[in-house]
Design a protein around this ligand. Structure first.
Ligand code: NAG
Ligand code: NAG
Ligand code: NAG
Ligand code: NAG
Ligand code: NAG
Ligand code: NAG
Ligand code: NAG
Ligand code: NAG
Ligand code: NAG
Ligand code: NAG
Ligand code: NAG
Ligand code: NAG
Length: 688
């Protein structure tokens, strides 16, 4: 190294050390030090406090940033300008003492467990630009809070604030850009937001109890980029003045009571990326001007009463990722222009009045992952499958309630990534399709309520991930294949964490009877491991090997012609919650060890030829007589005693312990034949 390099290096070190000396000599204003110490003293806990030693240089404390105070500059005295204690495990109340940090510009206390109220005295801090106390347990109302001439961001989201939004904040601050009140218990209407609009870019009031209409003045908040009003009780129509919000990127209105048409004024909203208005009472057509929104990524209008044809030119949305128009009254054919949306991941058109064939061009939807067309009037299942098999990224395919009485095609080749398949409730003819063997990732299969015949193929046992199979209510014959007892996922659970409809989380509904609403599943993993084989023409024995399926929660073999004895090994299926063997041709006695099944909440062996005593034990003594009726040879427990002297004692106490199955609204086998079970996958909260 030559001498010049040495000099440079030396200068560098000198520079660095003088810099750090300067920083170290920065002392904290004594009043600020006191205020911070008082703040810390009122906390009951917080991981940050250990670093807040008695050191007088509070400017070096974790989360504290100081700035030289002009008045005290000569003495190198600094004042606290920013306090960021986000996610430091703070507990307890927020001390008034913070209001003495007179130079504070930014206060971030988010993601802690602070409780109590936000001190009204903070209003003394005229320099404050950022207040973020989101995700704590703060409560109280905002009356009398806020006179911050410089405030830019005010974030109270995810707390327990209540009352009306009657703060001064909007009256006093002309710079407010971010106002986030989401996930609280605020009430009242939006009239109090009248003075908020000057600079507002983001307004989030979602997940509160606000009500009333969107006041006309809000349509003049022309700087708004993001507006979230979802999950409140808003009502009324959207004004045509929506056109004035030309900077909108995200308009989130879901779960309210908005009515009337979507105003046809989207021509001016060319920056719109997300329009999410599901679960309202909107009616009328999809506005034609929506085609101007070429940046649209999410269009979710599910669960409204929109009608008319899908005549929109979807090719205008090259960035469209999610299209959810399910549970509306759209009529007509599937729009072939959709095939130009190459980015499309999620497509839900379920529960409309669409008919005709699936356009051949849909085979271009190479990124499509979630597709549901259930509850429509589509035709030509062979063509549908041969088109969709080209959508190589499909993981969820729901076609239930279409293709009435058609034949299920045998000759398909694709769907390698499919995890969830439902083509139920369509009266389909033919056999369980052998192309399923080419879908090694299948986890959930619903082919119930069709007219499928033939046997349950033994290759089903090779589907390593299958854990939910519903082929109930068909005309399947033959014996239960032994390979069924080898289903790997039911032996040792290995379920993906696929979230249905990923980004927007379109739930899947499974309806098992006509009385209750469908059960809602948001992820594959929340389906209970199940085998529904009921109401077919299956015969032969229940193989003892079935006991290997220890992960199974639901085993429904009812209404078949199964014969022989109930295998003892069922008692090894320790996760079983529902066991229905009713209306078969079973003989022998109920194995005593079955009483080991402690999770069992729904049980029936009604209408067989069983005999002997019902096993005693906590679970069994709670089941009603209807679980056992129609077996003249059975006795004990809820049935007449086996010997005249036996006194039934256990019933009343154990009844209370019974956790009813989460799967059925009604005990299976109760008055067999009276209940009509209906089961299919459908969408939208108004599934019928
Ligand atoms: C404070 O929090 C730490 C971990 O963050 C915990 O170990 C300790 O028990 C808590 N103390 C009190 C008094 O809550
Ligand atoms: C204040 O900082 C300057 C450097 O910016 C330093 O020269 C001076 O010694 C410091 N004064 C005191 C009292 O620490
Ligand atoms: C506070 O710090 C977190 C990261 O620790 C950061 O994400 C957040 O933006 C900071 N808050 C402010 C107001 O700068
Ligand atoms: C708190 O909110 C402010 C303003 O909205 C933001 O700058 C900051 O990043 C937020 N803090 C965290 C941890 O997200
Ligand atoms: C809401 O706050 C709680 C508690 O601080 C936190 O655990 C949770 O993740 C927050 N939720 C969201 C959506 O930020
Ligand atoms: C708001 O909270 C204060 C207590 O901080 C209470 O005295 C007042 O009655 C509340 N106002 C309303 C409208 O609930
Ligand atoms: C804010 O100003 C409006 C008038 O523009 C007034 O009606 C309202 O009462 C004021 N709000 C508060 C909390 O002072
Ligand atoms: C409010 O704060 C939360 C977390 O601290 C953040 O995720 C959210 O984006 C903030 N809201 C605004 C409008 O900045
Ligand atoms: C929503 O508002 C309507 C009136 O528009 C009212 O009848 C209903 O009770 C409100 N619902 C809730 C949950 O506040
Ligand atoms: C739209 O706003 C203008 C004022 O900007 C107002 O005169 C008009 O009545 C508004 N339109 C509707 C439908 O309210
Ligand atoms: C469209 O937006 C501009 C502002 O970008 C606004 O001046 C104009 O009035 C809007 N047009 C309509 C029809 O609302
Ligand atoms: C399928 O999705 C994966 C990511 O999940 C992506 O990398 C891949 O490109 C997609 N395949 C096609 C054909 O689009």
């Amino acid at each position: 190294m030559n001498s010049i390099s040495w000099v440079v290096l030396l200068l560098f070190f000198l520079f660095c050390s003088s810099f750090s000396v300067e920083t170290l000599s920065q002392t904290c204003h004594p009043l600020d030090l006191l205020a911070l110490k008082e703040f810390a003293a009122t906390l009951s806990n917080g991981s940050v406090l250990s670093s807040w030693s008695s050191d007088a240089v509070c400017c070096h404390w974790d989360g504290v940033v100081c700035e030289n105070d002009a008045k005290n500059d000569a003495k190198n005295v600094s004042k606290v300008a920013m306090l960021n204690l986000s996610a430091k495990g703070l507990k307890g109340g927020i001390s008034d003492s913070l209001s003495r940090l007179e130079n504070l510009r930014s206060l971030d206390l988010s993601y802690n467990q602070l409780d109590g109220e936000l001190p009204k005295s903070l209003s003394l801090l005229k320099k404050l630009q950022v207040i973020n106390v989101s995700s704590n347990h703060l409560s109280g109302n905002l009356s009398g809070f806020g006179d911050f001439p410089n405030l830019i961001a005010f974030n109270l989201s995810n707390n327990s604030f209540s009352g009306e939004f009657n703060s001064q904040i909007c009256n006093s601050s002309g710079y407010l850009r971010f106002l986030d009140l989401s996930m609280n218990h605020f009430t009242g209407n939006l009239e109090n937001f009248k003075n908020c609009g000057k600079s507002l870019q983001e307004l989030h009031v979602d997940s509160n109890s606000f009500s009333g209409v969107i006041p006309e003045f809000m349509y003049s908040f022309s700087g708004l980029k993001r507006l979230s009003l979802s999950s409140n009780n808003f009502s009324g129509q959207l004004s045509t003045n929506l056109s004035k919000l030309s900077n909108l990127e995200s308009l989130i209105l879901f779960e309210n009571r908005f009515v009337g048409p979507l105003p046809n004024v989207f021509k001016n909203l060319t920056r719109l990326e997300r329009l999410v208005a599901h679960t309202n009472l909107f009616s009328g057509p999809l506005p034609s001007t929506i085609e101007a929104c070429s940046k649209l990524r999410v269009l979710d209008l599910r669960n409204n009463s929109l009608s008319g044809g899908l005549i929109t030119d979807f090719a205008k949305f090259p960035n469209l990722w999610t299209l959810d128009l399910g549970s509306n009254k759209f009529k007509g054919k599937l729009p072939s222009s959709l095939s130009s949306c190459h980015e499309l991941r999620i497509l839900n058109l379920a529960k409309n009045e669409l008919y005709g064939q699936i356009p051949v061009s849909y085979s271009n939807l190479s990124n499509l992952s979630y597709l549901s067309f259930s509850n429509n009037g589509l035709t030509d299942l062979p063509r549908a499958l041969s088109v969709l098999q080209n959508c190589k990224n499909l993981t969820t395919l729901i076609l239930t309630k279409n293709f009435r009485d058609e034949h299920i095609l045998v000759n398909v080749n694709g769907f390698e990534r499919l995890m969830v398949l439902a083509i139920a409730n369509s009266g389909l003819k033919g056999q369980i399709p052998s192309w399923l063997i080419g879908c090694p990732r299948l986890e959930v299969v619903d082919l119930s309520w069709n007219n499928l015949s033939g046997v349950i193929p033994s290759w089903i046992g090779k589907m390593e991930r299958l854990f939910y199979l519903d082929v109930s209510n068909n005309s399947l014959t033959g014996q239960l294949p032994k390979s069924l007892t080898d289903l790997k996922s039911l032996v040792s659970l290995n379920i993906s964490s696929l979230i249905l409809g990923s980004t927007t989380g379109i739930p899947l509904f499974v309806k098992r009877n006509q009385i209750r609403r469908g059960l809602q599943y948001n992820q594959v993993a929340s389906f209970p491991p199940s085998l529904y084989l009921s109401h077919n023409k299956l015969s032969g024995p229940i193989l003892p090997e079935i006991g290997k399926l220890i992960q199974l929660h639901v085993l429904d073999l009812s209404k078949n012609n199964l014969s022989g004895a109930i295998p003892n090994t069922i008692s090894e299926m320790g996760n079983l919650e529902v066991l229905d063997l009713s209306s078969n041709d079973l003989h022998g006695s109920i194995p005593g060890p079955l009483s080991k099944l402690t999770f069992l909440s729904t049980f029936s062996v009604a209408n067989n030829h069983l005999e002997g005593a019902i096993p005693t034990g906590t679970q069994f003594s709670g089941f009603p007589a209807s679980s056992f009726e129609g077996n003249p040879g059975l006795c004990g427990e809820s049935l007449p005693p086996c010997w005249p002297k036996t006194t039934p004692i256990r019933r009343s106490s154990s009844h209370r312990k019974l956790g009813r199955s989460t799967i059925f609204g009604i005990t299976l086998g109760f008055g067999a034949g009276i209940m009509i079970y209906k089961c299919f996958f459908c969408f939208g909260s108004k599934c019928s």
